[in-house]
Design a protein around this ligand. Structure first.
Ligand code: FES
Length: 165
């Protein structure tokens, strides 16, 4: 009789322990399934320290699978109402996809040249030659001190949207 009870107790405790462990593993699995994938989290916002940029040499970063061109202009480069201006420094911040058919233009002699059909964009991102129908598109951003945060629509970005080039 005593042996029977001990055996039943042991089986009961073992069952509860296994059920608890199984429940915990299931909850952890469900929590991981609900969390956004790392790629989604990374794709949301991209931060660029504008202090690290060299004048006249665009920095290319990826944001949500798109190339972004960030150019700190030299003193000699033409200024544009579409420039982002911080501490008297002028920046071009655009999506690096040709507005003709979406090729990625390359920076050569102070212009972005599109190898696909010969389109040209100046340092402001304005289309100046070839088939591209409009300037390089703006990318949503906001400014946090010297940090450019791609992916959020800050006041500076909203202001640039109103500019016609
Ligand atoms: Fe750039 Fe055609 S895709 S000029």
């Amino acid at each position: 009789m005593t042996n029977n009870i001990k055996r039943r107790d042991f089986l009961g405790v073992t069952f509860v322990a296994i059920a608890t462990l199984g429940g915990a593993v299931t909850l952890i699995g469900m929590k991981q399934a609900w969390n956004p994938l790392p790629g989604v989290l990374e794709g949301g916002f991209t931060e660029v320290d504008l202090k690290t940029l060299k004048s006249g040499i665009p920095k290319n970063v990826m944001w949500r699978g798109k190339p972004i061109f960030i150019l700190k202009k030299t003193m000699e480069m033409e200024k544009s109402p579409r420039d982002l201006v911080i501490d008297n420094e002028h920046y071009t911040v655009v999506i690096g996809l040709c507005t003709h058919l979406g090729c990625i233009p390359a920076w050569k002699t102070n212009q972005w040249k599109c190898a696909c059909h010969g389109g040209l964009f100046n340092a402001n991102g304005k289309n100046i030659f070839g088939p591209p129908p409009r300037p390089l598109d703006l990318v949503p951003f906001k400014i946090k001190g010297n940090i450019l945060v791609l992916g959020e629509e800050g006041n500076e970005y909203k202001k640039l949207l109103t500019v016609n080039v």
